[in-house]
Design a protein around this ligand. Structure first.
Ligand SMILES: [Zn+2]
Length: 309
């Protein structure tokens, strides 16, 4: 079996304005780089249309209506200080969610073994009723709900290795025992949440706050706790909130990870996924703002996904 790469070009029209770190080039460099690999083990797919009821599982109806009415006909519209909509955002935000749904269907139907969604905008800061930190819809949260509703799963793990805490994903699943949310992140830092004592109603939230300056070795040691929690939970499916802004070259945070570390953490997780969920893993892009670090790190991440086939 192969690894699915889910992407489409509508992200190009999600315009965040000049000088914004969450820009179209991020996804463009990833796609161009993965194409250059000319790997026979990659299968390229576009997101399909999906039933919008799945968005309503992760977000409040009022919030979804507000967003729907906020896509501008022209110019830019600010949902918060740094979360911006342009006319093309309507399609881009929908396709970002659609990509994780397409990836999940592909893995469930065994069209491919695992998958990576190269999309923007990211999603993990988007809460039930709030856009935040470049995120509009919480893509990974909709993916987890989709697994629960469509495929009747009752144990879905989300591993979030973005350098920022996924406050949105935590908010959405705070009282949902079917989802284990595990996050490693710089702390204290944006968005402020992610302390160790935020555990969720069913102890289904597991935060691993780490200080600025965290090195590869320190990070990979801490990642053992992620694996330990996976072992305890025994998930039926694993989703990655894959942010690459923990890289040492990233301008938005202060971790010291190297590109190769993303290979290591992915490989270790996949080995474990084989034990509990037959390797069923879908990953979706979150942050990562240095273009060459992002290119290299996603290659490492995808390389581990391919090798697992
Ligand atoms: Zn981030």
């Amino acid at each position: 079996m192969r690894t699915g790469i889910i992407t489409t070009d509508t992200y190009l029209n999600h315009d965040t304005g000049q000088g914004h770190p969450e820009r179209a080039d991020r996804v463009t460099v990833i796609i161009e780089h993965l194409k250059k690999l000319k790997s026979k083990n990659l299968i390229w797919k576009k997101p399909t249309k999906f039933d919008l009821k799945y968005l309503q599982l992760a977000h409040d109806r009022n919030y979804l209506n507000d967003v729907k009415n906020s896509f501008p006909k022209q110019g830019l519209n600010f949902l918060d200080g740094d979360t911006i909509l342009s006319p093309g955002s309507k399609e881009a935000t929908k396709d970002a969610v659609g990509s994780i749904i397409t990836a999940i269907d592909g893995v469930m139907k065994k069209d491919f073994r695992n998958a990576f969604c190269a999309v923007r905008p990211p999603g993990h800061h988007a809460e039930k009723q709030k856009a935040m930190g470049f995120c509009v819809y919480n893509n990974v949260a909709v993916g987890a709900y989709y697994l629960i509703e469509k495929y009747n799963l009752s144990k879905v793990a989300i591993i979030d290795f973005d350098v920022h805490h996924g406050n949105g994903t935590q908010d959405i699943f705070y009282d949902n025992e079917k989802v284990l949310y595990i996050s490693t992140h710089q702390y204290p830092y944006y968005p402020g949440s992610g302390a160790e004592n935020e555990k969720g109603k069913f102890k289904n939230i597991f935060n691993i706050p780490l200080p600025a300056g965290t090195t590869s070795e320190e990070y990979l040691n801490a990642y053992e706790f992620v694996l330990k929690k996976i072992k305890e939970f025994k998930p039926e499916f694993i989703l990655f909130s894959a942010g690459f802004d923990a890289h040492k070259d990233d301008p938005l945070a202060q971790f010291q990870l190297k590109s190769k570390d993303f290979y290591d953490l992915t490989k270790r997780t996949l080995e474990l996924s084989k034990v509990y969920c037959d390797g069923k893993v879908v990953s979706i892009l979150e942050g990562g703002y240095d273009l060459s670090a992002l290119q290299e790190s996603t290659e490492m991440h995808v390389k581990a996904l391919i090798e697992f086939n």
